[in-house]
Write a protein that binds this ligand. Structure first.
Ligand SMILES: Nc1ncnc2c1ncn2[C@@H]1O[C@H](COP(=O)(O)OP(=O)(O)OP(=O)(O)O)[C@@H](O)[C@H]1O
Ligand SMILES: [Mg+2]
Length: 240
């Protein structure tokens, strides 16, 4: 049995703004083992991004317990949270979040600036991550605003890979891409999963979710369904 890397125990999240309280997650429990490829699907406003922020130790639950690789994140201070994030998690967002005028290499190297990795090794690590993310080498010295959406998302994936994290958390990573480019990005996640990384893919799109080995349905802050899934790619190969 693979070890549990993500462990949510009755997690709730309530946002308080003035007198208004909004409970967004209502006692969510599930575990994810190392090496899984899980999609979390749900309509807009169902609590997906809120959940991702908790899984990524960017935020803490109001109630319940979240254990990331055996560590209860509630016991960590801000520095320790930053450290566990940079060691274990790679984030990919819908809007890429790249520095527009910095080169591809510079964007990917950025997370290393906060680590002990010496400057002369950063570029090689960035190149390796870009290779894993499947970006053509002739783009490496372009500024990120000179790239297509699909290429920018590959740079963002490379940046998420640079610290060699065991978990990749992706929030609507294909939301700004056309279907064909989206498929290429989804195949990249598949390859990263084949190489042993744990992938949590957040989406509102059933087609996107079908690429995962397991689909968790979330609705109004509750888990409706949590089922294994035969990924689209495996089904297509069977049909050939
Ligand atoms: N900081 C906050 N303060 C108050 N309410 C919030 C806050 N952040 C999110 N919410 C509310 O929590 C609910 C869930 O938001 P969340 O971003 O998790 O949804 P989502 O499933 O990611 O939606 P989408 O698919 O549109 O991205 C929404 O109703 C949102 O308005
Ligand atoms: Mg969201």
């Amino acid at each position: 049995m693979a070890k549990t890397i993500i462990d949510c125990r009755k997690i709730s999240k309530t946002y308080v703004n003035g007198d208004v309280k909004t409970t967004v997650l209502k006692g969510v429990s599930f575990t994810i083992a190392e090496g899984e490829f899980v999609a979390v699907i749900g309509p807009s406003g169902s609590g997906k991004s809120t959940l991702m922020h908790i899984l990524g130790a960017l935020d803490t639950p109001t109630d319940g317990e979240y254990r990331l690789d055996g560590v209860n994140v509630a016991n960590l201070n801000d520095n320790q949270l930053a450290e566990i994030r940079s060691q274990k998690i790679g984030f990919v967002f819908q809007s890429f979040n790249l520095l527009a005028r910095a080169t591809v290499l510079r964007n990917v190297e950025l997370p290393l600036v906060y680590t002990k990795v010496p400057a002369d090794q950063r570029e090689n690590l960035a190149k390796r991550a870009l290779k894993s993310a499947g970006l053509d080498e002739d783009r490496y010295r372009n500024r990120s605003n000179q790239l297509s959406g699909g290429q920018q998302q590959r740079v963002a994936i490379a940046r998420a890979l640079i610290n060699n994290p065991s978990i990749i958390l992706a929030d609507e990573p294909t939301g700004n891409l056309d279907q064909k480019t989206g498929r290429v990005v989804l195949n990249t996640f598949q390859q990263l999963n084949d190489a042993g990384r744990t992938i949590v893919l957040i989406t509102h799109d059933q087609y996107v979710a079908e690429h995962a080995n397991r689909i968790i349905h979330i609705r109004d802050g509750n888990i409706l369904e949590d089922q294994p899934n035969k990924p689209l790619q495996a089904r297509m190969e069977e049909d050939l």
